[in-house]
Design a protein around this ligand. Sequence first.
Ligand code: SF4
Length: 299
Amino acid sequence: MKELHERKDRLEFNKLQKRLRRLTGSAIVDYNMIEDGDKVMVCLSGGKDSYTMLDILLSLQKTAPISFEVVAVNMDQKQPGFPEHILPQYLAALGVPYHIIERDTYSIVKEVVPEGKTTCGLCSRLRRGTLYGFADEIGATKIALGHHRDDIIETLFLNMFFGGKLKAMPPKLLSDDKRNIVIRPLAYCSEEDIAHFAELKGFPIIPCNLCGSQENLQRQVVKDMLVQWERQFPGRTETIFSAIRNVQPSQLADLKLFDFIKLETNKESADEDDDSCAITAPMGRMEEAVQYVDVLDIR
Ligand code: SF4
């Protein structure tokens, strides 16, 4: 009986690992994230996402048709109680080259951010700035961050709800000063898979709340909303992610993305290519269309 359970667990683990490898590999290829000769600086926070990213990248490195270097980097931000031995021990045992950058950003955020306000925004900006500079120092050609599909979708809704912008978090990004390329190899992977993988692998997780700050509460609200939707309509999260990859500027309203001003009719080509459109559909069909929209609950 015990053997059977072990076999089942192993099979489940192999399936999960294969899926994460396949999705990460696809994202890398789709966005040309890693090229031959790249030196990839993998940013490790000690959380489940970055451990998983490092693990999957190292396993892809062994079989990839291109050759690239992986260097792990962690930033010790001097939060009280940060267990500084955990990552060096883990990385040394793995045999992966690594650096630990020590910067007391904790004191800075405590000094600047008023008591009771969340410190995560400033903390992450300071961390990012330091990591970008360090990538230059060590000659890294790519900076890999552990954000996954669900982070990307949450960011989309946060920007929509609170920023009035239709923007998410790209799988590949050129930094504002154009000196660094940031990649997110886990862009296609779900948080659920990553959490499960991290648990099965038993990564030595370091919590990111040692400073006593809480993650953006609104992000948690959006996260809960998505979890709720997914429960009610399985597959919705993946559909939203597909939408992020399938944008139709002419069906939005951004004057910078689509030239609505210069829209012109072209009757000749319309006659040749008369594929009937919804507006000219007879009334009965319009009603059907409205019902269809109701069923999909997409209005
Ligand atoms: S929880 Fe603390 S260490 Fe983590 S991002 Fe927020 S402020 Fe920084």
